[in-house]
Design a protein around this ligand. Structure first.
Ligand SMILES: Cc1cc2nc3c(=O)[nH]c(=O)nc-3n(C[C@H](O)[C@H](O)[C@H](O)COP(=O)(O)OP(=O)(O)OC[C@H]3O[C@@H](n4cnc5c(N)ncnc54)[C@H](O)[C@@H]3O)c2cc1C
Length: 289
């Protein structure tokens, strides 16, 4: 399978999905059906999270391998350095390579809820830039490497200029492109691009878009990751939060508007946080592609 950066050579835009590994066998069986439906939408690649929210770490690579081998769609494995020692990381990246996977989203991750005070030691990589540097130094150009970007600044680094400098370190460490955290005000994305270009970061920065389907869940998620629930989102979704159907409908309209404005403004594609569901991402993708 190709690296995602090879797709960039002949495509101005990419459309991709993000999945997470389910915790149960039944959930996994259901995900395989969802993957078949998502692959039928011809995405440029599909990524799968690693350990997010205490998720099943081992299954990440099974999911990505399944996507590539059964559906011939490019996969990308997320990998976090939190909890893993440097030796663990070496073994894991060798495992990823042995499965034929050629794309890694290199992340730091967050300490899990049951170990909130976990701190890295000299045996761990502290930042995602160190992880990206390790992969590049030890595996050459075999892997395409993506990293996370934060248009509103990272929750632990709200100083946007400083956070942009840290992003620059990730690119200098060997990352090829960036996928952003979800956000709802495109102004944050366009200002982020200006900030990055000013300091010499010229790689693709692909917006991560979450279709809103549940306002309560959205508020909980945003409070964890630091994304702002904008006044516009509050005005649209608060009054209809108990009406599931109306929320999904409004979420589709909102996401289509957000994606179209991004693409018109020069964004190099969209990465959808589809939360292991086909709908409503399928409808949004159809409208914006
Ligand atoms: C697209 C995307 C996918 C994600 N997938 C997952 C996933 O699969 N699993 C999961 O657990 N989490 C995932 N996350 C969440 C992510 O792990 C968290 O946001 C985490 O807190 C930061 O990860 P990072 O890779 O950006 O860390 P880093 O780049 O290491 O940054 C972490 C913090 O340290 C600061 N920093 C960076 N470098 C330095 C430095 N050299 N000196 C001082 N400070 C520095 C940054 O500003 C930031 O505040 C994802 C996030 C995004 C946007």
């Amino acid at each position: 399978m190709k690296r995602i950066k090879d797709v960039f050579d002949h495509q101005e835009r990419t459309y991709s999905f993000e999945l997470f590994p389910p915790k149960t066998d039944k959930g996994y069986e259901n995900l395989l059906k969802t993957i078949a439906q998502l692959c039928a939408l011809s995405p440029d690649y599909i990524s799968c999270t690693y350990g997010a929210g205490g998720g099943n770490r081992e299954k990440t690579f099974d999911v990505v391998q399944h996507i590539e081998e059964q559906h011939h769609v490019i996969g990308m494995a997320h990998l976090t350095c939190v909890l893993n020692t440097r030796d663990d990381i070496k073994t894991i990246v060798e495992d990823i390579k042995s499965r034929g996977i050629r794309n890694i989203l290199a992340l730091r991750g967050d300490p899990p809820q049951d170990q909130p005070d976990w701190q890295p030691t000299d045996d761990n990589y502290k930042y995602s830039s160190e992880l990206a540097a390790f992969i590049r130094a030890n595996f050459g150009d075999y892997f395409g490497i993506a990293v996370a970007g934060f248009p509103e600044g990272h929750i632990l680094c709200p100083d946007r200029e400083r956070d942009a400098e840290f992003l620059k370190l990730k690119i200098e460490a060997g990352a090829d492109f960036v996928i952003t955290q979800l956000y709802f005000d495109n102004k944050d994305y366009f200002e982020y691009i200006d900030r990055l270009r000013r300091i010499g970061v010229d790689v693709r920065v692909i917006p991560g878009i979450l279709p809103i389907t549940d306002y309560g869940a959205l508020q909980r998620f945003c409070s964890l990751c630091g994304a702002t629930v904008t006044d516009e989102v509050k005005t649209i979704f608060e009054p209809i939060q108990d009406d599931k159907e109306a929320t999904v409908r409004a979420g589709v309209e909102f996401a289509i508007r957000q994606c179209k404005e991004l693409l018109d403004g020069g964004a190099p594609g969209i990465h959808f946080y589809c939360l292991n569901k086909v709908h409503p991402t399928d409808e949004i993708l159809k409208a914006v592609r």
